[in-house]
Design a protein around this ligand. Structure first.
Ligand code: GLN
Length: 233
């Protein structure tokens, strides 16, 4: 197993509105608790996005900020190169939308980077509240998060939902939630989602390290169990 881990945090200056930078902190902390040397490398709007990190995270953001993110990911395509070689990527909400084909912002349709076969258009009303899903394999535990989005996302044939909604709206209409395609896992769940869902955090960590999740030392964190019990009530 690699002893070092570099976590790429994509555009926290424009995709940092909803606290999703916490996902990078959770990955770093869970790696360090296993004795690994982990660091977060932020890529700001003015930085070149390089393809040499072990895992990447992108957070949610406001509509206008998300246009800037889509433009920067297009002009500095390191994330696309990383995805091509199978590097795990976690994208949240606006992050999910910019990785798709297109979304609406600033009163127009904006092109995404098409890492995901997903298209986003406005919902009739904003989706806000707790969301719970039953995930697809290899995940087994219910996923919990908080959604807050105006965009609704339809998946094409190359993308699969991350889970089936048991509470909340999810991508569009209370059925599917999130997107899985290649090495990308995307979701509308804030929380941050990795703080609320340790199984998902360890799946990403294991993939970043090139091992099976069962090879990671189990972590007993009562506070995470308490948080989940409260949110899954
Ligand atoms: N601006 C997007 C929307 O409203 C994403 C919001 C978010 O990232 N929470 O759909």
């Amino acid at each position: 197993m690699a002893k070092q881990l570099t976590i790429g945090l994509i555009l926290p200056d424009v995709l940092g509105t909803y606290g999703d930078d916490g996902n990078a902190l959770v990955l770093r902390q869970r790696a360090r608790m296993r004795g690994l040397d982990a660091e977060i490398r932020p890529f700001l709007l003015t930085d070149d996005i390089t393809d040499d990190c072990d895992v990447y995270t992108l957070g949610g953001g406001e509509d206008t900020a998300q246009i800037l993110a889509a433009e920067r990911l297009t002009s500095s395509p390191g994330l696309q190169r990383a995805a091509d070689r199978g590097t795990p990527i976690l994208a949240i909400c606006a992050g999910l939308q910019v990785l798709g084909h297109s979304f609406n912002a600033g009163g127009r349709e904006v092109k995404g980077i098409s890492l995901l076969d997903a298209t986003t258009t406005p919902l009739s009303s904003r989706a806000i509240g707790e969301v719970i899903t039953t995930p697809q394999a290899p995940l087994t535990a219910p996923l919990t998060g908080f959604e807050n989005h105006m965009g609704g996302t339809v998946l094409g044939p190359d993308a699969q939902p991350l889970g089936r909604v048991t509470r909340g709206v999810g991508n569009l209409d209370g059925t599917a939630e999130g997107v899985v395609q290649g090495s990308v896992i995307a979701t509308y769940m804030h929380g941050p989602v990795l703080a609320r869902n340790p199984e998902l955090a360890d799946l990403l960590l294991a993939r970043a390290l090139g091992v099976d999740p069962a090879e990671l030392t189990p972590l007993e964190l009562d506070v995470v169990d308490e948080l989940r019990a409260e949110r899954l009530k």
